[in-house]
Each structure stands twice: as C-alpha cells, then as structure tokens.
Design a protein around this ligand. Structure first.
Ligand code: ADE
Length: 235
C-alpha cells in the first residue's frame, strides 16, 4: 500500500485545476493515491480589492505579485519550519527545463505545493524564502511564454502523477516511451495497430512478421532516425 501523495495548488485561478478531477488523475484521487487541494491566493489578502500585485520596483511594464499573500499562504499550508521533504514547484519561463527525470524525482515526493504566478512574475524574495525552507523547483515547460503558471502546473502534474506506483494499470507501458530511462535517450518509434491496410496505407511488414529480433531492430532504427531529425540534441 503506497502512501498518499498530497498535491496543493496556489493560484488566483483555482478553477483551472478542475480538470484534475477527470481521467487518470481523478482516478488516482478516487483510489486514494493522491490527495489534491486548490487554494485561491486572494484568501490571504486583507484589502477591499484583494490585491495580489503591484508595480515593479525600478519601473517597467507589467505588474509583479506582492510577497505578503504568498508568505501568509505558506505559513498556513506549510508552517514555517524547514523541511526538505516538502517540494515546492514554481512554473516560470525562466526556470530550469522540466524533464522526465524531474517528473521521476517528484513522483517519489510525499508532498508538493505548486505556486502559480501571473503578471510579470512573483517578487523574487518569495523564491528566496521558499529555497531556504523547502525543496524548490523553478521549472520551465519550454522556450515560450504562457500567461501564468497554471497550465504548466497541470502539465507537470500529469507527468508526475502517472509515474506514481499504482496510477497506471500496466506499468510496462511506461518503460518503452520517449524519455523513459530504458530508451537510451531516444524518441519513441512509430506505433501501429490493425487493420493492416487502411486507406491505402500499410502497417510495415516487419511488424507482422512475428520475428522479435527484427522487430526490435526496426524499432531501434526508427527511434534513431526520428531522434536524429527532430531532436539531434538528444543523440
Ligand atoms: N509560465 C509562463 N510561461 C511558462 C513556461 N514556459 N513554463 C513554465 N511556466 C510558465
């Protein structure tokens, strides 16, 4: 029996996370493998307008998220004691690239808090505060800018939760996909199913040969070719 993984989401748009009740993640929650909590950052504001942002010190365009609501949210959700077993994920376009190995590391965590910023980002002292108390992961999904961290937090969640033991019915399906540890860093080969002939397009003959050695070789060659043309940086 695996221990439950607790996932908390802190955002000014907690409704974004409703989709987590669907599909695989919803099932993982139903089966008691994960427990999710969604928090509105404005809960920790005290002014009439429930303000979470302010103009940037030093000038410039856009708004920056104020530190105080974040600090009070951390006090309530995590306490003030340092604990490296608590992982805090801050999605940001200036983060470290999020990779499968990060998903693997996070899938062994008992507790993860996702902090989703909007506007031009979060006051930098919030990140310093997080780094000195808990295990902080500033992660970027890729070289493009989203409006906020919510969609990135959802993507990271899906990559992490599917690796938690018991979430995917057939764990073998995890071992042959792109970026999985057994794949030598190659992208996955193309997959086919029946019918063998469809709209004039055929399943490659070798896959119907029943010859396991030749099939494995063909798949490996395909992986190398696809990786070379799409992601030469991985070779
Ligand atoms: N927030 C905004 N853009 C992002 C990105 N590319 N990755 C992660 N978080 C983000």
């Amino acid at each position: 029996m695996t221990a439950v993984t607790r996932l908390d989401y802190l955002s000014i748009f907690p409704d974004y996370f409703q989709v987590l009740h669907l599909s695989l993640l919803g099932k993982a929650a139903e089966h008691g493998l994960v427990e999710t909590h969604f928090w509105d950052l404005r809960r920790w504001t005290h002014d009439r307008h429930r303000t979470v942002d302010d103009t940037p010190c030093g000038g410039g365009a856009g708004m920056v998220m104020k530190p105080e609501p974040w600090g009070e949210a951390f006090d309530e959700l995590l306490g003030t004691e340092p604990d490296p077993e608590i992982h805090v994920v801050v999605p940001t376009p200036s983060g470290y690239p999020f990779r499968q190995r990060d998903a693997e590391q996070l899938s062994t965590a008992r507790r993860i808090l996702f902090c989703c910023g909007r506007y031009e980002g979060i006051d930098h002292r919030v990140l310093e505060y997080l780094r000195t108390r808990w295990t902080l992961h500033e992660l970027s999904l890729g070289d493009y800018v989203l409006n906020g961290g919510e969609v990135a937090a959802l993507a990271i969640t899906e990559a992490v939760v599917r690796l938690i033991p018991g979430v995917i019915g057939n764990p073998e399906s995890l071992t042959e996909e792109s970026y999985s540890p057994g794949q030598e860093g190659l992208l996955e080969y193309p997959n086919y199913t029946r019918p063998v002939s469809w709209r004039g397009l055929e399943v490659p003959e070798v896959l119907m040969s029943g010859h396991h050695g030749r099939i494995a070789q063909w798949r490996h060659d395909q992986s190398v070719e696809i990786t070379g043309s799409r992601r030469p940086d991985l070779l």
